[in-house]
Ligand binder design. Structure first.
Ligand code: MRU
Length: 321
């Protein structure tokens, strides 16, 4: 089995932030050394590391590196914060580091995120019925979170309790986080799965081959509207039509007090060439699933149901475990 320990996914060394280069998986397992905050920001922007909690952890390590190197900290903060706009964990982790700029705090943020994943996985697995065929999207596993995973952590926990029969993995165009990263993690864990074209999900639901949908999140507004990888909204619509549970699993570091609704969440537009190198294209990287389509949001604090404005554990942005 591949070594997917938290320090293998991303770690802080004396002179660099070192991370598993997710652009090269599953073909090659290679590390990338980032020797400055700007290099960490480049790695986040280019998706060498990606997934909401993981980019927050990488940014925290990048900020700690900037402190050690005597870099301009305001510039390091801004450069890292601007690397990707949608996942709120990035700015959350940087604000934590600004108020306590030590290597120890950066490592604590990493450890806390992994611990949060384990707790939310345990809560979320209670929602998985025995024998479930679970559909997931993008990659919300250890790679996306610095260890263990949110939605994929929940699937892993449920599998270990003999609740999961099979996992459907949406390939997640255009960057194929499902087909490359989630498939790689599930294979390593020995959990039975099959990759499907994103467009196949609704017809599998119609055929009665899906029992529930579990996804992660990049930012959750105060009313429960949830930004996640593009295509998530379509899955929620299809799940609602077919009366299937649609469950979001995310840490409280993904909750955004300042966003009242999904309309307040900035959606990253990536280079159109990721979609088509030949023809005109649009490439919104995330979409917003309205709270009304979400059966439950699971955080490390527990299972939350609508109305989310009162059930979500707010305020939490500065909360420590
Ligand atoms: O563009 P990415 O790969 O960073 O997008 C990641 C996702 O959308 C994940 O589903 C989300 O960050 C939750 S991961 C714990």
């Amino acid at each position: 089995m591949e070594d997917l320990t938290p320090s293998r996914i991303v770690r802080l060394e004396d002179d660099a932030v070192v991370l598993l280069d997710q652009r090269r998986l599953p073909e090659e397992v290679v590390e990338l050394r980032c020797a400055s905050a700007a290099a960490v920001a480049d790695a986040i922007r280019d998706m060498a590391i990606r997934g909401a909690p993981a980019i927050g952890i990488a940014a925290a390590y990048g900020y700690a590196l900037a402190v050690a190197r005597g870099e301009d900290l305001d510039q390091a903060f801004e450069t890292l914060a601007a690397a990707r706009p949608t996942a709120v964990n990035l700015r959350w982790a940087l604000e934590e580091m600004r108020s306590e700029p030590t290597r120890e705090r950066a490592r604590e943020i990493h450890e806390d995120e992994v611990e949060r994943c384990r707790r939310m996985a345990s809560h979320a697995s209670e929602l998985v019925a025995p024998g479930s065929r679970v559909l997931t999207h993008c990659n919300a596993g250890g790679l996306a979170t610095g260890g263990y995973g949110t939605a994929l952590g929940a699937i892993r926990s449920a599998w270990e309790q003999d609740l999961v029969a099979h996992v459907w993995v949406g390939e997640t165009r255009p960057r194929l986080q499902g087909a490359r990263l989630t498939a790689w993690e599930l294979e390593a864990l020995g959990i039975p799965f099959a990759v499907i074209a994103d467009g196949a999900a609704a017809s599998l639901m119609a055929a009665g081959e899906v029992d529930c949908v579990l996804t992660g999140a990049d930012r959750i507004a105060a009313n429960g509207d949830t930004a996640n990888k593009i295509g998530t909204y379509a899955l929620a619509l299809a799940a609602t039509y077919h009366r299937l549970p649609f469950i979001v699993v995310a840490p409280t570091s993904t909750l955004d007090l300042d966003a009242e609704t999904g309309a307040d969440i900035p959606i990253e537009e990536r280079d159109a060439t990721e979609v088509s190198a030949r023809f005109p294209a649009r490439n919104p990287a995330f979409d917003v699933t309205p709270a009304a389509l979400i059966t439950a949001i699971v955080t490390e604090e527990g299972v939350h149901h609508a109305p989310y404005a009162t059930s979500l554990p707010m305020p939490t942005r500065s909360a420590r475990l």
